[in-house]
Design a protein around this ligand. Structure first.
Ligand SMILES: C[S@@+](CC[C@H](N)C(=O)[O-])C[C@H]1O[C@@H](n2cnc3c(N)ncnc32)[C@H](O)[C@@H]1O
Length: 237
């Protein structure tokens, strides 16, 4: 697979909005292919936040317009939560709302979460992961975009989690993606589904899509997956 040059940078205007994006060639306006591996230094997660003394680092995958992120940050001031979102409009909107609220324990990374984890996130750094209503990519040719099923995705999640008993919180309205995602977790060493399709909204917080889908009367599948991370299996660099 062709790889492209990427860069990580802070937003010029909004505090605690970060971007991890493809470098675009100024003449061709196309992404620049990599000729040799880019050797990034893993970042220090506390540099992403204004709060420097958090007890926990929490990751939300696909934070959308930021409803869960905002409420989680307000409910748990001792935790820092990083939202990740590849849509610029959503990431900007979230960062603007967060700025208004003056929260110090939350940040947003705009870019593809998979490459952000792979290239920049240090091993053994995250306490819990939330992923709610990911894009289902229903058409056959789009299904390769389903994050949970992407080759190496769960390995990256496992690598960045801190040692011990950790949790992955998952919800979707899409039955087929749900079945495949739970199967992927079941087949992953050191993962165990603790609550299967019956979990309640985490800390009572409903996400933006959850509210919309509940109004439409759709069935929601919510699960909690335990990941037991130990030194022998976590290949920290
Ligand atoms: C259907 S929305 C759900 C938003 C929110 N979690 C909620 O429940 O309201 C899924 C979001 O995931 C984002 N997303 C999809 N793939 C992504 C990726 N690889 N990296 C970062 N964000 C991604 C999309 O842009 C979209 O905003």
């Amino acid at each position: 697979m062709i790889e492209f040059q990427r860069k990580f940078y802070k937003d010029d205007d909004l505090p605690f909005l970060w971007h991890y994006m493809l470098e675009i060639d100024s003449i061709s306006q196309k992404p620049i292919p990599l000729t040799e591996p880019q050797n990034f230094q893993p970042l220090s997660p506390e540099t992403l936040f204004e709060e420097k003394n958090a007890d926990k680092l929490v990751l939300e995958i696909g934070s959308g317009k930021g409803a869960f992120l905002r409420q989680y940050a307000q409910k748990f001031p001792q935790s820092c939560i990083l939202g990740t979102e590849w849509d610029l409009f959503c990431a900007n909107l979230t960062a603007r709302k967060l700025k208004k609220l003056g929260l110090k324990n939350v940040a947003v990374m705009r870019g593809d979460l998979f490459y952000f984890l792979r290239d920049l996130m240090p091993s053994n750094s995250i306490d819990e992961v939330h992923m709610y209503f990911p894009d289902p990519w229903p058409k056959r040719r789009q299904q390769k975009n389903r994050l949970i099923l992407r080759e190496g995705f769960l390995e990256q999640i496992y690598r960045v989690l801190k040692l011990g008993q950790k949790f992955f919180y998952w919800a979707t309205d899409h039955e087929e993606y749900n079945i495949l995602a739970l199967k992927t977790f079941r087949n992953f060493p050191n993962a165990k589904i603790l609550e299967e399709n019956t979990a309640q909204p985490t800390a009572g917080i409903e996400t933006g899509f959850e509210k919309k889908y509940k109004k439409e009367g759709r069935k929601i599948y919510r699960s909690i997956i335990e990941l037991r991370v130990d030194e022998c299996t976590n290949t920290a660099e």
